[in-house]
Structures are given as C-alpha cells and as structure tokens.
Design a protein around this ligand. Structure first.
Ligand code: SAH
Length: 349
C-alpha cells in the first residue's frame, strides 16, 4: 500500500519537495488543498509534472465514503473505505452550534470490552494520522464545507478502536488537525475517549496538547469493571482516577466520565452510591449512556427510570451528570455494529 500523502506535515512535505528539486513554499499549497478536500489532480495551482510525480509515490484518497445512512434524528453514519479495502465507520451528529464527527482510530480493536461490537474480531491494524484526518476532510466535504467554511466543528476520537493504543498516530493526527495552514481545529474542539491506558494518559497530559479527555469508566469498582472490561486487569481504578486528576491539573480540561448503563451489571443503586463517593472530589462530568444492545452478547439496556434514579444519586453528591441523548439508534449507532453488518453482507455475497 502506498503511503498516504495526507499524513505528511508541512515540514515533511518541504523535505520531500527539496528532494524533488521543487520550491519549498509549495508544501503549504499542497497541504492547504488536501485539507480543503482536493485530490492531487484537482490541485490546479501546481504543475502537472509535480502532481504526477507525487501520485506515483503517494495515496491521495486514503478514505472514501462507501455509504451514508441518515437517521430520523439527523445523525448520519458513514462507512468509510480505506485504500487497502478495509472498512471503518464514523458518526456525524448535528447540533445547533455545528457538527460533531466521531472518527475511528483503528480497524477493529484489541481491548475486548464485553459489550462492544468493535473488538469482536480483534485488532486488524492501526490507522495512520492521515487516515484519521481524512475522515474529517471527506465528511466536511460531504456537508459541502471546505477549508474556509468548515462544517465539521468538533471531532471526537470515539469511533472504533482505542486511540491511546495508537498513540503516535494520534499525535500526528492532532498536529495535522490543528495546523493553521489546514482546517485549523482548536484543541478545545477535539475530544479523545479511552478505556483507560494509564501510562498513556500521563504521556498525553505531558504532551502539551489540551484536548478533552473522556474516560470509559462504566463501573464503580474493579470487580464490576473487570467483568466487562479486560483492561481493568492491567490498570486499577484508583490508578486510573489518579491519572485523570493529573490530566486535569496539567491541562485544566475537565474530565468526562462515560458510564454505559447495563441492566443489573452496573446500574444498581449501590453502584451509583459507590461511584458518587469516588468521584465527588474530582472536577468532572459523568455522562450516562444507555447501552446500545448488540446481538452478539446478552447485555441489556436500562429503563429510563433506572437511569434517572442513577443520575439522581450522583447529583445528590454534587456531581455534574448528563444523560446522553441517544442518537442514531435506528441506524446501528453502537460502536462497530454497522461495520460488522457490512462485512457480514459482503461475505455472504
Ligand atoms: N476505545 C475508546 C473509544 C472507542 S469506544 C473507549 O473505550 O473509550 C467509544 C465509546 O462507546 C466508549 O465509551 C465505549 O465504551 C462505548 N460503547 C461501546 N460499545 C457500546 C454499546 N454497545 N453501547 C453503548 N456504548 C458503547
């Protein structure tokens, strides 16, 4: 597979141009146009010879839209096809302030969370920084946006995959997404969701980047957590919460704890009380999300009143709680579901 040109920073493009005996300033032009949604041969400001040379060595369409499904609530689910034929998914949620795109960071996942469809077949491969960026670029173009009139306003690294298990490429993606010559996202508008790789949370905190950190907690203690998330065998909850505290102190970004409500597994009053006590001293938000049922396992979602009662307990301890509006339920919004369906269908053909 050819290297994707979207992964290249301006400095790397400059180096490349020097090797090709071309003026360095073209690097910024190329970077701009690629982030503007153009393919190499759509760039008219550059000579055909140079375009042809770049095209020989580099992939300029690392991500293409395979299908888009629109939910009745306006949420759109993309299946993206990568240059090697792999399929990943992304979800676009529309709000008054703009559009949030949830992107994938890996093909598959090796974290093995029991309730999640993304990891059922394990990890296939990491995505490059350019492949993560390209999801944003093609979705922006799909919404008829460009570099000047950006339609995708927020990015969440919350699709398939564990971003902190692909740390170096995430760092490259952040450099690309925040470069002032491109789509120029503010770090405040980028969020990363992790199942809790403690060492990497410290590394991210020390990286100088100030993105929002979301932590998939899903349990009030190690016993419950280890029933649903194998990662909890490697990292204990106390260490995880210390890492979150450190992240907040370093970045001043308030942590968002995600808590999927799974009936009877983590949804009882005693769970809410234990969680409330642990989190009451942290500057955080807890986001309660009803489980999206996946047919491959037996976990069940909760009735609305169970979620309301859980939220009440947390609130009584002064914790900020939001309950996530369930978006895109009719289009297989849950992680990995749509990709699996698609792959199954292809196999049947
Ligand atoms: N690996 C990262 C990001 C990808 S998963 C993480 O664990 O955070 C994105 C979010 O979707 C996580 O909070 C994950 O726990 C949640 N999720 C996975 N399967 C789900 C399901 N069936 N229903 C609801 N949320 C789910």
């Amino acid at each position: 597979m050819k290297e994707d040109i979207l992964s290249k920073s301006i400095d790397e493009l400059k180096e490349l141009l020097v090797k090709l005996n071309q003026p360095k300033y073209r690097a910024e032009q190329i970077f701009y146009e690629l982030q503007n949604g153009k393919t190499l041969d759509e760039i008219t400001t550059i000579s055909k010879e140079l375009i042809a040379k770049l095209g020989e060595s580099f992939e300029d369409k690392p991500v293409q839209i395979e299908t888009v499904k629109k939910s009745t609530d306006g949420t759109q689910k993309f299946l993206f096809k990568l240059a090697d034929g792999n399929i990943i998914e992304g979800v676009l949620m529309s709000y008054k302030f703009g559009h949030t795109l949830c992107v994938s960071t890996q093909v598959g996942c090796r974290m093995g969370c029991k309730f999640c469809a993304s990891g059922l077949d394990g990890l296939v491969r990491n995505l490059t920084g350019g492949e993560i960026m390209a999801q944003v670029i093609v979705a922006n173009k799909h919404l008829l946006g460009d570099i000047k009139e950006r339609k995708v306003t927020n990015i969440v690294l919350m699709g398939s995959g564990e971003p902190l298990d692909n740390y170096d490429n995430i760092m490259k993606f952040l450099a690309l997404a925040t470069d002032k010559h491109g789509l120029y996202f503010s770090e405040r508008n980028i969020s990363l969701s992790t199942c809790g790789l403690v060492d990497k949370i410290y590394e991210l905190a020390d990286s100088g980047r100030q993105i929002n950190l979301c932590l998939s907690l899903h349990a009030p203690n190690d016993t419950v957590r280890s029933e649903i998330m194998p990662i909890s065998k490697a990292y204990k909850m106390n260490d995880l919460l210390s890492a979150c505290k450190y992240y907040f102190e370093k970045t001043n970004r308030r942590i968002l704890f995600e808590y999927i409500m799974i009936n009877n597994v983590n949804s009882k009053k005693e769970h809410a009380l234990e969680l409330a006590k642990k989190l009451s001293k942290l500057n955080c938000i807890v986001n309660l999300i009803n489980l999206n049922e996946v047919k491959e396992n037996n976990f069940k979602s909760c009735k609305p009143e169970v979620i309301d009662n859980f939220a009440k307990v947390l609130k009584s301890y002064g914790i900020n709680v939001t309950t996530r509006r369930s978006l895109g339920g009719d289009i297989d919004g849950a992680c990995g579901q749509l990709r699996r369906k698609f792959i199954k269908k292809e196999e049947e053909k």
